[in-house]
Design a binder for this molecule. Structure first.
Ligand SMILES: [Zn+2]
Ligand SMILES: [Zn+2]
Length: 348
């Protein structure tokens, strides 16, 4: 089967590999229909994910059809259409029992798919702990609608949940890339008084204005002024930092009102400094990333009810055979790309 493979730093290649087999009674084999490319895949390509193993098939955001299951897999059966979770988790350890599945202590726990074990930019993928890692797609929801459930949308949902957004709040979201938009969609479900999105890229600002006209948008240069004008207490009640740069990290705490919650969703390439003397007395609460992606069934239900729609994020579609071109487009942010769907099914 075709599988997009991490060869070495700077190099991914589409190789012909054997189809995966069940290795445990908890495994499932999923025939991938659609996968997507995530910024984390680019981090692997650039060598900034040290635990990524050369030779693995990349890709951790995908949907497909269950082909085979191990004897202990009860949640899904062959023929079911499913989303695949970016995280592998056992469901029984201390962290899993408390919903902190990102820190599952299983040897395969956490982000393993497409990083430490073979992922889904391929025709088939083996999913360990399939009772936890797979969620059935409701009949009324298409593969395209469900494509981001296991990764970027799970991240947005988790970020909005841990930020304790209230209806009287002014919420600032920094960054309007795919994860920022997913965070916005999930923050909108909390119905805060106001949401402001800060983004430096014009086309992404236009994207937000076009699809979510009720949201205020601003460039980073003006964000502090805009926040002061549109918040009751001198700053945002909740800030979600989804951009991941030194400047946006600083803006996140600067734009927060005293006693606000600042949720760091982004993954940074380098350490950030917290200038504690400058923020002394602001009494901020910081919450930091990695998604606990254990609410995919809830998210799928919200999609079925029409309350979350990520279809506008799919700006481009490529067949797996042309995945090199899809990466080139995504990596170089050409043609106002947001997300690329990669079709794995033979014949499509
Ligand atoms: Zn990802
Ligand atoms: Zn666990």
């Amino acid at each position: 089967m075709l599988a997009y493979t991490y060869i070495e730093k700077g190099c991914f290649e589409l190789l012909d590999k054997p189809k995966p087999k069940l290795q445990s009674e908890y495994d499932a084999i999923v025939k991938v229909t659609l996968s997507s490319i995530c910024t984390s895949d680019l981090h692997i390509k650039h060598g900034s994910v040290p635990r990524a193993v050369p030779g693995i098939t990349v890709g951790h955001e995908m949907v497909g059809v269950v082909e085979r299951v191990g004897s202990a897999v009860k949640k899904v059966k062959p023929g079911d259409r499913v989303t695949v979770n970016v995280e592998t988790f056992c469901g029984t350890c201390f962290f899993c029992r408390n919903g902190f599945v990102n820190n599952c202590t299983d040897p395969d726990g956490g982000w393993a798919l497409g990083c430490r074990i073979d992922g889904g930019q391929a025709e088939y993928v083996r999913v360990p702990h399939a009772n936890q890692g797979l969620n059935k797609i409701p009949p009324s929801v298409t593969d395209e609608q469900a494509l981001f459930v296991g990764d970027v949308l799970a991240t947005g949902f988790w970020a909005a949940r841990i930020s304790d957004i209230k209806q009287e709040d002014t919420v600032l979201i920094i960054g309007a890339g795919p994860t920022g938009i997913c965070t916005l969609l999930c923050a909108l479900l909390k119905k805060p008084r106001r949401i402001i999105v800060c983004e430096k890229d014009n086309s992404r600002l236009e994207f937000v204005q076009k699809h979510y006209p009720e949201v205020l948008v601003t460039k980073p240069e003006a964000v502090q002024e805009v926040i002061k004008k549109h918040s009751e207490h001198g700053g945002a009640d909740v800030v979600l930092e989804v951009a991941g740069t030194k400047d946006t990290f600083r803006l996140a705490w600067q734009c927060a009102r005293p006693n606000a919650t600042v949720t760091i969703v982004a993954l940074y390439d380098e350490a950030q400094s917290l200038p504690l003397p400058d923020m002394y007395g602001k009494n901020l609460t910081f919450k930091t990333g990695g998604v606990d992606g254990c609410e995919c069934d809830v998210i799928l239900k919200l999609i079925a009810e029409g309350r979350i729609d990520t279809l506008p994020l799919i700006t481009h579609t490529y067949p797996l055979a042309r995945i090199d071109e899809a990466y080139d487009l995504f990596e170089n942010k050409r043609d106002q790309v947001m997300k690329v769907a990669v079709r794995s099914s033979v014949g499509l």
